[in-house]
Each structure stands twice: as structure tokens, then as C-alpha cells.
Design a protein around this ligand. Structure first.
Ligand SMILES: [Zn+2]
Length: 91
């Protein structure tokens, strides 16, 4: 994924932004995560970037999870969900 960095972004900001996705996914080593957290607390542009990516990624993931499911599975899910609604509660 290519990102154009804003002019004058410093190396710490670039590093943090490169780690933000792993940070959101909690895939960072504890020290790395702490570093990102510290930077986000001190740097409002990066905090804004993080907040945006976290929200955006959450929305995107939910959509992708549904859209990437094979059509057959999706159809079964749809039926299962519709079924559950109809037959709920079982008597
Ligand atoms: Zn920053």
C-alpha cells in the first residue's frame, strides 16, 4: 500500500503511522505498542490519523468480512439468520 506522506512529517510520525495497523490489531510487541501509544498521546496529527484509521478499518473489516464470504456461504448465512428470526423463540 502506497501512502504519500505529508511534507515535513518527521521520522517518528512515519514510523508510528506504519505501525498503526498492527497497533490496532494488537500485533505489536508490548514495547512497540507502548512507543506508539506514547507518540499518539503527544502528537495530535498522528492521534487523528489513528482515530480515523481505527474507525475506517473497523467499518471496512465488517464490510469485507461479509463481501468476501463465498456466495454460497453468504446465502446460507442469510437463510440461517432469517430462519433464526422466524423460529425464535422455539416453543
Ligand atoms: Zn506524529
Amino acid at each position: 500500500m502506497q501512502r504519500s506522506e505529508p511534507e515535513g512529517a518527521n521520522a517518528a510520525c512515519v514510523a508510528v503511522r506504519n505501525l498503526v495497523f498492527e497497533f490496532i490489531d494488537r500485533e505489536l510487541e508490548p514495547e512497540q505498542a507502548a512507543g506508539v501509544e506514547t507518540h499518539l498521546a503527544a502528537c495530535s496529527p498522528c492521534a487523528g490519523f489513528y482515530a480515523f484509521e481505527r474507525t475506517f478499518l473497523g467499518v471496512l473489516r465488517r464490510r469485507v468480512a461479509i463481501e468476501q464470504a463465498p456466495a454460497e456461504l453468504r446465502e446460507r448465512l442469510r437463510i440461517a439468520l432469517a430462519d433464526r428470526k422466524r423460529s425464535d423463540p422455539p416453543s
